[in-house]
Design a protein around this ligand. Structure first.
Ligand SMILES: Nc1ncnc2c1ncn2[C@@H]1O[C@H](COP(=O)(O)OP(=O)(O)OP(=O)(O)O)[C@@H](O)[C@H]1O
Length: 300
């Protein structure tokens, strides 16, 4: 598989402070990767390293086969949406994008095309000061897409967007991925990443503490899956063969199933007369808390 981004044993110190320590991961073509971690975990530092804005203290950062800090041609093929995007409020959306197109030496024709693509055509000639947060974020994304980049680095892109706009935003990222773009997005909003990121890199205090698909992370963490059943009318308040089911709300039973017990417990549940069944695997929030606790216990 071709790696669009390859980070190998990268450390970055600011003076005596080590913001990133010995981090390795890679991003393949057409992949959406989420970089998650608490405030100060090192996410923005990693993005700046990928953008070539800063150089690693140790290790190598390769983007599109080159060194982003040394090769302007590599940087020209990257799109970046910063964490807090601020535009000149006196310019219109169209003027703003034309300004960035000139800076990036992107064809001027892309301005109208991208405004259309992010759904801002109607508002293109209005001043940015009149834009809502969602419209500004879409203008930011249009700016990141100038020059048709193969790699997009998006720092907290959905902060401040309402659920409908977030859905639109992720739909848009799916379209870009289908076109072959590689997308890295940093986020605190873990729940919204489920089912959206192909791959998750969890950072904690400058160190990578976990890395994998959601299923892989679940496999490593071995957290229980919650099974909840509602028994059919008149059924006894217990399930055969297991005393560990807890009664909930008087008419339901619940159990936290270890991965190896899950199927047997589900069979026991569907073998009884039940009216309903819910199976909830560990969420990304729970996995994140688990990996953070593990890191704390390891005293890193
Ligand atoms: N130029 C710098 N000089 C000194 N320390 C820095 C510099 N840039 C970042 N740091 C420190 O490095 C650590 C990692 O910061 P970074 O911005 O990468 O975190 P982050 O994961 O993006 O956090 P957030 O979610 O709050 O944006 C922080 O403790 C920060 O204070």
């Amino acid at each position: 598989m071709t790696h669009r981004i390859d980070i190998q044993a990268v450390s970055k110190a600011f003076g005596a402070f080590k913001a990133v320590r010995d981090v390795s991961f890679s991003l393949a073509e057409g992949e959406i990767v989420a970089l998650v971690g608490h405030n100060g975990a090192g996410k923005t530092t990693l993005i700046k390293l990928m953008l070539g804005l800063i150089r690693p203290t140790a290790g190598t950062v390769r983007v599109l086969g080159g060194d982003p800090a040394a090769d302007p041609a590599v940087r020209a093929r990257l799109g970046y949406l910063p964490e807090s995007v601020s535009f000149n409020p006196a310019l219109t959306g169209r003027e703003t994008l034309a300004f960035y197109a000139a800076l990036k030496r992107a064809p001027h024709g892309q301005v109208a095309e991208l405004l259309e693509r992010v759904g801002l055509s109607q508002a293109a000639d209005r001043r940015v000061r009149t834009y809502s947060k969602g419209m500004r974020q879409r203008l930011g994304l249009a700016q990141a897409l100038l020059g048709a980049p193969q790699v997009l680095l998006l720092d907290e892109p959905t902060t401040g967007l309402d659920p409908a706009l977030r859905r639109d935003f992720y739909g848009f990222l799916d379209e870009l991925r289908a076109g072959g773009a590689t997308i890295l997005l940093s986020s605190h909003a873990l729940s919204e990443l489920e089912g959206r990121a192909d791959h998750i890199v969890i950072m904690g205090q400058g160190v990578k503490i976990a890395d994998g698909t959601l299923d892989e992370l679940r496999g490593i963490a071995r957290l229980p899956t919650r099974i909840r059943v509602r028994l059919a009318e008149g059924e006894e308040r217990r399930l055969e063969g297991d005393a560990d089911w807890r009664p909930v709300n008087g008419h339901m039973l619940e159990i936290d199933a270890a991965p190896e017990d899950k199927l047997a417990l589900l069979r026991a549940a569907v073998g009884a007369r039940i009216a309903d069944l819910d199976v909830t695997p560990p969420t990304l929030d729970e996995l994140y808390a688990h990996f953070q606790d593990r890191q704390r216990e390891a005293g890193q």
